[in-house]
Design a protein around this ligand. Structure first.
Ligand SMILES: O=C(O)CCC(=O)C(=O)O
Length: 384
């Protein structure tokens, strides 16, 4: 891989060496390939086993070219309507109303180019203790760039259809059981030469000290890559770290001479249309995107029902009590997404979400469920 460095900092060579070595380590791992099933239609146990061993699995060729083109086109339209020049602006760069400024929750997260907006802050329950290195953008750069867009199921029908993908939902069932629930979802955007970093963290926050804590207590994220993902613009993980409990990240970086280039980490290297499942307990980060390649990730997560019922949210959906009605309301997004997908791809074998198998009619994708299920659905996230 060639790292084309748009930044002017002297660190570029060391960074390129680290990226190349990480990619070599990543490609040696046995957790990559198409989604495979047993004769009974279950996700192949070898896949499930490799996921639990390494904490992630890269599924190749999940989303086909035509669908990818649909999602990319809709994402382009959305990004064209980002607030400009900063998140608090009511207009986009063309002077039109920015998308989503009237929503109950502003979907845009924006930050200075190549910055680390969360490392060393109390954001996200303080889970990112160490600030990442912030390269200088080359040339003139905007004040802020979008790096996260929330409420994807409400804003983008193509995102909703990916969410209803039968293979991905079968994986969710295989990992979290048939009563799996949503977590949250978001579009991650790493603009070439501008995209901010995400400092090292473990996603999960609630169950570290639970008596029944295990490697699956905080669920997993699915990351569908619209353009692929490289060491320079993609997520890095420390394989197996999801099994270790809560990690002292600051101590780990200090023991690495203060460098955030952790020696055991590997990048999630993907082609367009690949999808990674990543355990939310795995130690992970992404570096500022100094490369010339764009990454856009359709990112959504799922939990075990037993991990969320009765809990009070600490991340997205913070402060809310996750009782059965609250969870059921958020879970309706799953059959609505399945139906949205079935309407576009009628020849595909759809996934049946068992907890709402008796409620298919009231969870069709139509104007009614746009209003009653999808509008402001993100207020009912299950953020643990
Ligand atoms: O996509 C990225 O750059 C970071 C993803 C991440 O940290 C997360 O999903 O928790």
């Amino acid at each position: 891989m060639t790292v084309t460095d748009s930044a002017t900092d002297a660190d570029a060579e060391a960074r390129a060496r680290y990226y190349a070595a990480g990619e070599r380590r990543a490609r040696e791992l046995p957790n990559r390939g198409p989604i495979r099933y047993t004769d009974e239609g279950c996700v192949h146990p070898d896949i499930v086993e490799a996921y639990w061993e390494h904490g992630f699995y890269i599924f190749t060729g999940v989303v086909e070219a035509k669908e990818l083109a649909d999602v990319r086109a809709e994402v382009d339209e959305v990004l064209d309507r980002a607030p400009y020049p900063t998140r608090s602006s009511p207009v986009d760069r063309h002077g039109r109303p920015a998308l989503g400024v009237d929503m109950a929750r502003n979907p845009w997260q924006m930050a200075a180019p190549l910055s680390d907006p969360v490392g060393g802050t109390s954001a996200n329950h303080g889970r990112h203790p160490v600030k990442m290195y912030e390269p200088m953008p080359a040339g003139e750069a905007p004040a802020e760039v979008p790096f996260l867009v929330g409420s994807g199921l409400e804003l983008m029908d193509s995102f909703l259809r990916v969410y209803g993908h039968p293979d991905l939902l079968r994986v969710a069932e295989a990992i979290n059981g048939e009563d799996f629930t949503p977590f949250t979802d978001v579009l991650f955007v790493k603009l070439p030469g501008l995209g901010p970093s995400v400092a090292w963290h473990q996603d999960g926050q609630l169950h570290w000290d639970s008596p029944d804590w295990d490697a699956g207590s905080h669920g997993f994220n699915l990351q569908v890559q619209l353009y692929g993902s490289t060491p320079a613009n993609g997520v890095w993980v420390v394989p197996g770290s999801h099994r270790l409990g809560k990690i002292d990240i600051a101590a780990l970086v200090e023991a690495n001479g203060g460098s955030e280039r952790l020696p055991d980490a590997v990048p999630l290297v993907c082609d367009a249309g690949d999808c990674v499942i990543t355990n939310r307990q795995i130690l992970h980060a992404s570096f500022a995107n100094t490369s010339s390649e764009l990454r856009v990730t359709v990112n959504f997560g799922f939990h075990r029902y037993s991990s969320v019922i009765g809990q009070t949210g600490v991340l997205s959906g913070r402060g809310n009590t996750y009782d059965a009605d609250y969870i059921a309301r958020r879970c309706r997004c799953i059959p609505v997404a399945i139906d949205a997908r079935a309407q576009r791809y009628p020849d595909e074998d759809p996934y049946l979400y068992k907890p709402l198998a008796d409620a298919l009619d009231e969870n069709r994708f139509d104007e009614e469920t746009r209003r009653t299920v999808l509008k402001d659905y993100a207020l009912f996230d299950l953020g643990i």
